[in-house]
Ligand binder design. Structure first.
Ligand code: MN
Length: 347
């Protein structure tokens, strides 16, 4: 571990240090953050591919104090350098995807247009390449014994991460914080769409025993049917249902106890920032009214820990980039809390 005796946690963040101004190398760090600057299939507002660099910048302003009292940061956090090739590929394919979405939204058939067929093939192949890249990076880190957090990018990014995790840990459950189900099959013809991440995870990862979704408030009939026919493999707590139960007098603690009880022993947290109220993420790709307070989610994660369950990994995705740094500031502080809680869970 890095010698912290010369590190003043109360002083201004040293720009030469790594994320949160911490003085660790990757080898020294217990937890490594993998940035995935990718947003090829976003449906509404773009920008999240650039969230990693913005969050990294804002992270230097985060106070080095763990309010959850575990001081996990002392075991080291490190963010890998942004992969420029992934970002360039995302920028290039994003342009193609915009033309493609524009074309199909007018009701035109893809098969009739050779150019569009070629675009679609390139986009789907590019997404496959990204999934493989994420898998390889995560596998390497997990083999080295690191805890890993993935920072998006859009919500399509963590599929390879979940695959690498299950090879190491075996079967697991996913706790998804999200305004959307993300259970669409090949949304807009894109096999690895951000709107299809959980559909693909359920299809491609048989060891994913259970998916619990929280905060959903925008979904299609196709997704509703998938949840109903999943034989309880997918359990969705819609935002409306959570709020109505609270209006009737149930406490958040009571709901959290019920949610935690349904999770398997090993839990992967998939945190789409749009699961929160929009005040925390005004520039996220697909904002919807309603949603959680951030402290409600941290409370839930602490209860997962208290229940003796293991958090095997997490992602934080769909953070937008706006005129101000607000989205990235919330992103950096959310990441800080998650990293500390992750280490607390493994101490
Ligand atoms: Mn999502």
């Amino acid at each position: 571990m890095s010698d912290l005796s010369l590190f003043d946690q109360n002083f201004v963040g040293n720009p030469n240090n790594n994320i949160f101004g911490l003085p660790f190398t990757e080898d020294e760090a217990r937890l490594v953050i993998l940035p995935v600057p990718w947003e090829v299939t976003v449906s509404y507002a773009a920008g999240t591919a650039r969230a990693c660099e913005h969050i990294y910048k804002c992270s230097k302003q985060v106070d080095i104090y763990d309010v959850d009292g575990s001081f996990g940061w002392k075991q080291g956090f490190y963010m890998r350098e942004l992969d420029k090739k992934i970002l360039m590929k995302s920028d290039y394919l994003r342009k193609e995807a915009e033309l493609f979405i524009d074309y199909i939204s007018k009701g035109e058939s893809v098969e009739k247009n050779k150019f569009m067929c070629k675009s679609l093939k390139e986009i789907n192949e590019g997404s496959k390449m990204m999934n493989q890249w994420v898998y390889d990076q995560c596998k390497e880190l997990l083999d080295k014994g690191k805890l890993v957090g993935l920072l998006g990018g859009d919500h399509s990014t963590p599929l390879g991460f979940m695959k690498a995790l299950t090879e190491k840990y075996g079967s697991f459950g996913v706790l998804q914080i999200d305004a959307h189900c993300d259970l669409r099959k090949a949304y807009e013809h894109f096999i690895y769409s951000h709107a299809s991440i959980m559909y693909n995870a359920l299809e491609e990862i048989p060891t994913l025993e259970k998916l619990i979704q929280l905060g959903v408030r925008d979904y299609s009939e196709e997704e509703w049917n998938l949840v109903c026919n999943s034989n309880y493999r997918v359990i969705t707590y819609f935002d409306k249902e959570i709020k109505e139960r609270q209006f009737e007098g149930e406490t958040w603690k009571h709901l959290v106890d019920e949610i935690v009880q349904q999770l398997p022993q090993q839990v992967y947290l998939s945190f789409d920032i749009d699961g929160l109220d929009r005040k925390y993420c005004p520039n996220t790709g697909t904002p919807v009214q309603g949603g959680f307070e951030s402290e409600e989610i941290f409370f839930l994660i602490k209860k997962i820990h208290e229940s003796g369950r293991k958090l095997i990994g997490f992602d934080l995705v769909e953070i937008g980039v706006g005129q101000s740094d607000w989205d990235s500031n919330v992103g950096a502080r959310t990441l800080w809390r998650l990293c500390n809680l992750m280490i607390k869970n493994h101490s």
